[in-house]
Design a protein around this ligand. Structure first.
Ligand code: PEP
Ligand code: MN
Length: 269
Protein backbone atom coordinates (compact mmCIF):
# COMPACT_ATOMS: atom_id res chain seq x y z
CA UNK A 1 0.00 0.00 0.00
CA UNK A 2 1.61 3.32 -1.00
CA UNK A 3 2.20 5.88 1.73
CA UNK A 4 0.55 8.64 -0.30
CA UNK A 5 -3.23 8.68 -0.54
CA UNK A 6 -4.77 11.82 -2.01
CA UNK A 7 -2.48 11.93 -5.05
CA UNK A 8 -2.95 8.21 -5.73
CA UNK A 9 -4.93 6.98 -8.71
CA UNK A 10 -6.40 4.29 -6.43
CA UNK A 11 -8.24 7.04 -4.60
CA UNK A 12 -9.21 9.06 -7.65
CA UNK A 13 -9.26 7.00 -10.87
CA UNK A 14 -10.09 9.84 -13.31
CA UNK A 15 -7.38 12.26 -14.49
CA UNK A 16 -7.16 15.64 -12.78
CA UNK A 17 -7.54 18.37 -15.40
CA UNK A 18 -6.48 21.97 -14.70
CA UNK A 19 -8.03 24.54 -17.03
CA UNK A 20 -6.07 27.69 -17.75
CA UNK A 21 -6.47 29.90 -20.81
CA UNK A 22 -6.62 27.62 -23.85
CA UNK A 23 -4.88 24.80 -21.97
CA UNK A 24 -6.54 21.88 -20.25
CA UNK A 25 -3.56 20.45 -18.42
CA UNK A 26 -4.18 16.73 -18.05
CA UNK A 27 -6.28 16.47 -21.21
CA UNK A 28 -4.60 16.66 -24.61
CA UNK A 29 -1.12 18.13 -24.89
CA UNK A 30 -0.02 21.34 -23.18
CA UNK A 31 3.03 23.26 -24.37
CA UNK A 32 4.81 25.58 -21.93
CA UNK A 33 7.73 27.62 -23.25
CA UNK A 34 9.81 30.68 -22.52
CA UNK A 35 13.23 31.73 -21.30
CA UNK A 36 14.88 30.24 -18.24
CA UNK A 37 14.92 33.71 -16.65
CA UNK A 38 13.06 36.93 -17.41
CA UNK A 39 15.92 39.15 -18.59
CA UNK A 40 14.32 42.31 -19.91
CA UNK A 41 11.01 43.67 -21.23
CA UNK A 42 11.94 43.61 -24.95
CA UNK A 43 13.06 39.98 -25.00
CA UNK A 44 10.05 38.82 -22.99
CA UNK A 45 7.54 40.64 -25.18
CA UNK A 46 9.15 39.44 -28.37
CA UNK A 47 9.17 35.86 -27.11
CA UNK A 48 5.58 36.05 -25.83
CA UNK A 49 4.14 37.08 -29.17
CA UNK A 50 6.27 34.65 -31.20
CA UNK A 51 5.51 31.72 -28.89
CA UNK A 52 1.81 32.49 -28.89
CA UNK A 53 1.74 32.41 -32.69
CA UNK A 54 3.56 29.05 -32.64
CA UNK A 55 0.70 27.53 -30.64
CA UNK A 56 2.30 27.57 -27.17
CA UNK A 57 -0.31 27.53 -24.38
CA UNK A 58 1.59 28.87 -21.36
CA UNK A 59 4.54 31.24 -21.02
CA UNK A 60 7.39 30.51 -18.60
CA UNK A 61 10.09 32.75 -17.15
CA UNK A 62 11.91 32.85 -13.82
CA UNK A 63 11.93 36.11 -11.85
CA UNK A 64 13.49 34.50 -8.76
CA UNK A 65 16.13 32.04 -9.91
CA UNK A 66 17.77 29.42 -7.72
CA UNK A 67 21.37 29.35 -9.02
CA UNK A 68 24.12 26.90 -8.11
CA UNK A 69 26.63 29.73 -7.74
CA UNK A 70 25.89 32.78 -5.59
CA UNK A 71 27.68 34.88 -8.23
CA UNK A 72 25.30 33.96 -11.08
CA UNK A 73 22.35 36.11 -12.24
CA UNK A 74 19.49 35.24 -9.90
CA UNK A 75 16.62 37.04 -11.57
CA UNK A 76 14.98 40.46 -11.66
CA UNK A 77 12.65 39.75 -8.71
CA UNK A 78 9.48 41.83 -8.59
CA UNK A 79 10.46 43.73 -11.75
CA UNK A 80 10.57 40.36 -13.54
CA UNK A 81 7.05 39.53 -12.32
CA UNK A 82 5.79 42.85 -13.70
CA UNK A 83 7.39 42.16 -17.09
CA UNK A 84 5.80 38.70 -17.13
CA UNK A 85 2.37 40.12 -16.30
CA UNK A 86 2.74 42.62 -19.17
CA UNK A 87 3.72 39.77 -21.48
CA UNK A 88 0.56 37.90 -20.42
CA UNK A 89 -1.56 40.93 -21.28
CA UNK A 90 0.22 41.37 -24.57
CA UNK A 91 0.01 37.73 -25.68
CA UNK A 92 -3.03 36.39 -23.82
CA UNK A 93 -0.89 33.49 -22.49
CA UNK A 94 -1.10 32.46 -18.81
CA UNK A 95 2.24 32.61 -17.01
CA UNK A 96 4.23 30.24 -14.81
CA UNK A 97 7.10 31.37 -12.60
CA UNK A 98 9.08 29.92 -9.72
CA UNK A 99 8.60 30.53 -6.00
CA UNK A 100 11.91 30.19 -4.14
CA UNK A 101 11.01 31.74 -0.80
CA UNK A 102 7.89 31.31 1.29
CA UNK A 103 7.96 35.07 2.05
CA UNK A 104 7.09 35.75 -1.62
CA UNK A 105 3.97 33.60 -1.72
CA UNK A 106 1.42 36.45 -1.73
CA UNK A 107 3.41 38.30 -4.38
CA UNK A 108 3.57 35.23 -6.59
CA UNK A 109 -0.15 34.56 -6.14
CA UNK A 110 -0.85 38.14 -7.25
CA UNK A 111 1.19 37.81 -10.48
CA UNK A 112 1.42 34.16 -11.58
CA UNK A 113 -1.18 31.79 -13.00
CA UNK A 114 0.88 28.73 -12.04
CA UNK A 115 3.48 28.69 -9.27
CA UNK A 116 6.51 26.52 -9.96
CA UNK A 117 8.31 24.69 -7.17
CA UNK A 118 11.78 23.92 -8.50
CA UNK A 119 13.77 20.74 -7.96
CA UNK A 120 15.81 22.26 -5.20
CA UNK A 121 12.69 22.97 -3.16
CA UNK A 122 10.79 19.74 -3.79
CA UNK A 123 11.25 18.75 -0.17
CA UNK A 124 10.95 22.22 1.35
CA UNK A 125 8.03 21.06 3.45
CA UNK A 126 7.11 24.42 4.97
CA UNK A 127 6.92 25.90 1.44
CA UNK A 128 4.78 22.97 0.28
CA UNK A 129 2.40 23.34 3.22
CA UNK A 130 1.94 27.06 2.54
CA UNK A 131 1.20 26.30 -1.12
CA UNK A 132 -1.40 23.85 0.11
CA UNK A 133 -3.25 26.73 1.73
CA UNK A 134 -3.66 28.76 -1.47
CA UNK A 135 -5.84 27.84 -4.42
CA UNK A 136 -3.30 28.54 -7.16
CA UNK A 137 -2.15 25.75 -9.47
CA UNK A 138 1.30 24.53 -8.43
CA UNK A 139 3.80 22.78 -10.70
CA UNK A 140 6.01 20.55 -8.57
CA UNK A 141 9.29 19.60 -10.22
CA UNK A 142 10.97 16.33 -9.28
CA UNK A 143 13.92 16.73 -6.90
CA UNK A 144 17.46 16.20 -8.22
CA UNK A 145 17.60 12.68 -6.84
CA UNK A 146 14.08 12.08 -5.56
CA UNK A 147 12.42 8.69 -5.87
CA UNK A 148 8.95 8.59 -7.38
CA UNK A 149 7.54 7.93 -3.91
CA UNK A 150 9.33 10.93 -2.38
CA UNK A 151 8.06 13.10 -5.23
CA UNK A 152 4.46 11.92 -4.83
CA UNK A 153 4.71 12.42 -1.06
CA UNK A 154 5.85 16.00 -1.68
CA UNK A 155 2.69 16.50 -3.79
CA UNK A 156 0.71 14.90 -0.97
CA UNK A 157 2.01 17.64 1.40
CA UNK A 158 0.36 20.27 -0.82
CA UNK A 159 -2.85 18.32 -1.31
CA UNK A 160 -3.21 17.41 2.35
CA UNK A 161 -3.54 21.14 3.13
CA UNK A 162 -6.41 21.50 0.65
CA UNK A 163 -4.90 22.58 -2.68
CA UNK A 164 -5.71 19.94 -5.30
CA UNK A 165 -4.44 21.93 -8.29
CA UNK A 166 -1.11 20.20 -8.70
CA UNK A 167 0.91 19.44 -11.84
CA UNK A 168 3.98 17.20 -11.66
CA UNK A 169 7.07 17.88 -13.78
CA UNK A 170 9.76 15.31 -14.62
CA UNK A 171 12.99 17.26 -15.25
CA UNK A 172 15.64 14.56 -15.11
CA UNK A 173 17.62 13.11 -12.25
CA UNK A 174 21.31 13.02 -11.31
CA UNK A 175 23.23 10.13 -12.82
CA UNK A 176 26.91 9.25 -13.29
CA UNK A 177 27.08 10.46 -16.88
CA UNK A 178 28.27 14.03 -17.26
CA UNK A 179 27.66 14.23 -21.04
CA UNK A 180 24.12 15.37 -20.27
CA UNK A 181 23.23 17.72 -17.40
CA UNK A 182 20.70 15.23 -16.03
CA UNK A 183 19.19 11.95 -17.16
CA UNK A 184 15.61 12.41 -18.29
CA UNK A 185 13.77 9.53 -16.60
CA UNK A 186 11.45 8.24 -19.31
CA UNK A 187 10.34 5.43 -16.96
CA UNK A 188 8.86 8.04 -14.66
CA UNK A 189 6.35 9.14 -17.29
CA UNK A 190 4.21 5.98 -17.58
CA UNK A 191 4.94 5.05 -13.94
CA UNK A 192 3.62 8.36 -12.58
CA UNK A 193 0.61 8.23 -14.90
CA UNK A 194 -0.19 4.78 -13.46
CA UNK A 195 0.37 5.77 -9.84
CA UNK A 196 -1.30 9.19 -9.80
CA UNK A 197 -4.23 11.08 -11.31
CA UNK A 198 -2.20 14.31 -11.48
CA UNK A 199 -1.10 15.79 -14.82
CA UNK A 200 2.54 15.21 -15.76
CA UNK A 201 4.62 17.66 -17.78
CA UNK A 202 8.06 16.72 -19.14
CA UNK A 203 10.96 19.18 -19.11
CA UNK A 204 13.50 17.96 -21.69
CA UNK A 205 15.52 21.21 -21.35
CA UNK A 206 16.72 20.54 -17.78
CA UNK A 207 16.35 16.79 -18.42
CA UNK A 208 19.15 16.89 -20.99
CA UNK A 209 20.92 20.25 -20.69
CA UNK A 210 21.68 20.11 -24.43
CA UNK A 211 19.68 21.96 -27.08
CA UNK A 212 20.07 19.25 -29.73
CA UNK A 213 18.51 16.63 -27.44
CA UNK A 214 15.42 18.65 -26.48
CA UNK A 215 13.14 17.80 -29.44
CA UNK A 216 13.82 14.03 -29.52
CA UNK A 217 13.33 13.73 -25.74
CA UNK A 218 10.17 15.88 -25.91
CA UNK A 219 8.76 13.50 -28.53
CA UNK A 220 9.70 10.46 -26.46
CA UNK A 221 8.00 11.90 -23.37
CA UNK A 222 4.76 12.66 -25.23
CA UNK A 223 4.81 9.21 -26.83
CA UNK A 224 5.24 7.71 -23.34
CA UNK A 225 2.12 9.51 -22.10
CA UNK A 226 3.20 12.90 -20.74
CA UNK A 227 0.43 15.52 -20.69
CA UNK A 228 2.73 18.14 -22.16
CA UNK A 229 6.20 19.61 -22.21
CA UNK A 230 7.94 22.65 -20.80
CA UNK A 231 10.92 23.93 -22.78
CA UNK A 232 13.33 26.84 -22.56
CA UNK A 233 13.48 29.18 -25.56
CA UNK A 234 15.67 32.25 -26.07
CA UNK A 235 16.01 34.49 -29.15
CA UNK A 236 19.82 34.43 -28.76
CA UNK A 237 20.81 31.47 -26.58
CA UNK A 238 24.51 32.40 -26.67
CA UNK A 239 23.65 35.64 -24.87
CA UNK A 240 21.19 34.12 -22.35
CA UNK A 241 21.85 34.97 -18.70
CA UNK A 242 21.01 31.41 -17.68
CA UNK A 243 20.70 28.00 -19.35
CA UNK A 244 21.59 29.19 -22.88
CA UNK A 245 23.12 25.82 -23.82
CA UNK A 246 19.78 24.07 -23.39
CA UNK A 247 17.58 26.85 -24.82
CA UNK A 248 16.03 26.48 -28.28
CA UNK A 249 16.08 29.38 -30.73
CA UNK A 250 12.67 30.47 -32.04
CA UNK A 251 13.38 28.67 -35.32
CA UNK A 252 14.23 25.47 -33.47
CA UNK A 253 11.05 25.86 -31.40
CA UNK A 254 8.99 26.21 -34.59
CA UNK A 255 10.64 23.08 -36.03
CA UNK A 256 9.99 21.13 -32.84
CA UNK A 257 6.32 22.18 -32.75
CA UNK A 258 5.91 20.78 -36.28
CA UNK A 259 7.60 17.50 -35.27
CA UNK A 260 5.49 17.08 -32.13
CA UNK A 261 2.34 16.75 -34.24
CA UNK A 262 3.42 13.21 -35.10
CA UNK A 263 3.09 12.15 -31.45
CA UNK A 264 0.40 14.66 -30.40
CA UNK A 265 -2.01 14.93 -33.35
CA UNK A 266 -4.35 17.26 -31.45
CA UNK A 267 -1.63 19.97 -31.70
CA UNK A 268 -2.27 20.03 -35.44
CA UNK A 269 -5.37 22.22 -35.03
C1 PEP B 1 13.83 26.06 -14.17
O1 PEP B 1 12.74 25.59 -14.55
O2 PEP B 1 14.41 27.02 -14.73
C2 PEP B 1 14.56 25.39 -13.07
C3 PEP B 1 15.38 26.07 -12.27
O3 PEP B 1 14.32 24.08 -13.03
P1 PEP B 1 14.81 22.92 -12.03
O4 PEP B 1 14.24 23.28 -10.69
O5 PEP B 1 14.19 21.71 -12.65
O6 PEP B 1 16.31 22.89 -12.05
MN1 MN C 1 16.53 26.88 -16.44
Amino acid sequence: MPSYKLVSRDNHPQNTVIKLGTAQIGKGTTIIAGPCAVENRETMHRLASSLSSLGVHILRGGAYKPRTSPYSFDGLGKEGLKILAEARKYSGLPIITELTDVRHIDLLCAYADIIQVGSRNMQNFSLLKELGRVNHPVMLKRGLSATLEEWLLAAEYIMAEGNHNIILCERGIRSFDSYTRNTFDINAVPAIKNLSHLPLIADPSHGTGRRELVAPVAKAALAAGADGIMVEVHPQPAQALSDGQQSLTLDEMAQMMAQLKSVAPQLAG
